[in-house]
Design a binder for this molecule. Sequence first.
Ligand code: GUN
Ligand code: ZN
Length: 431
Amino acid sequence: MTDATLLLGQTLSYSADPFTDGPGAARHDSAGGVLIEAGRVAAVGHGADLRAAHPWARVVDYGDALIMAGFIDAHAHYPQTAIIASWGKRLIDWLTTYTFPEEARFADPGHAARIAARYLDLTTAHGTTTVCSFCTSHPGSVDAFMAEAQARGQRVVAGKTCMDRNAPDALCDSARSAYDDSKALLEKWHGTGRLSYAITPRFAPTSTPEQLAALGALWAEYPDCLMQTHLCEQTEEIAWVRSLYPQARDYLDVYEAHGLLGARGLYGHVIHLSGRERARLAEVGAALIHCPTSNAFIGSGLFDMAARVAEGQHLGLATDTGGGSSFSMLRTMAAAYEIGQLSGTALHPAPLLWLATCGSARALHMQDRIGNLAAGMEADIVVLDLASTPATAQAAARARDLWEAVFPTIMMGDDRAVRATWISGRAAHGA
Ligand code: GUN
Ligand code: ZN
């Protein structure tokens, strides 16, 4: 007899992309069930049917709560956990004032281990089951994060942040050491259990051409790895890149010229793109990662989601902790909605929830394993209480359908709305 668990509640999954197929791409059952066996989803169906077919399964009845795939944060900086919500300034000042001094503390493996645990505790409490994170330039910061995720059975992607100029000496590596250290970490962690390595040049201004070329060569050696970086976040940053790389056609061209453009590339922010850059990203099938709380918090600008969708870009959603002002993917969806409104588009909750799960999973090329509720998928699940506060409860009470019931929680919800988080088929938060 297998050790089976049956979760009962409302269930939400997707059979297609709601950006192209509309809200009908979502599958909702107001009395659904998710059967978990050996860390995977064994079946999704009507609760009563699953109960009758699996009478020995341990039942966890969540009542009216919404059971869906756990959230996937496609761009975060776990080392910035302690400096989240630091006041003021624009990107470059914010990096030098808050970020670099905090990242320097990760020379201490004890600090790295403490923050890795704190970060994964916080994200789990917010219903996030997979993150794709930058580490610091210290190899030990990758070891700490990977080891903590491994101990939790959690699927994460992470990489050593590479910088060999325009950063404090204590954080700078070199072209050679960035290549050697990244390669050693990749060999150690990539594909170990649920862990994946991402080659991680921070962004063009903090790398010499030699370092970008070395990391491009490493990616060519390990093409199944992801590569993560930042692109076109702020106008001053773009002007700086132009002065550092005068021969490049544009910012994206800097990456492409050094072997750092590809379908497995994850490009954070991507707000101020030229027409050429947009066309090239779409042609390559790269992932554009929208970081809406960060883009508002650091004053970076308005990402035009509707236009990017119309171009056929692959999109992911992310907090960008700690440039982002929250660990919560609910707050992140709310910010995406508000930024959409400022750009003339009211995003429906079906694509918002899809972006935070299936969309981010596709950006990470993991849509066959995570991001949706379906038989065979890994059992990473969030259970949302749609009446977690008096404000959401009274709004949800008037709802005529799932979308009206869930939207107040998207707009006003936070970790209080997370009734439980399941990772690899085990309750990692709540019960
Ligand atoms: N660009 C380069 N580094 C960073 C970072 O740590 N956060 C954000 N938001 N943008 C960056
Ligand atoms: Zn970032």
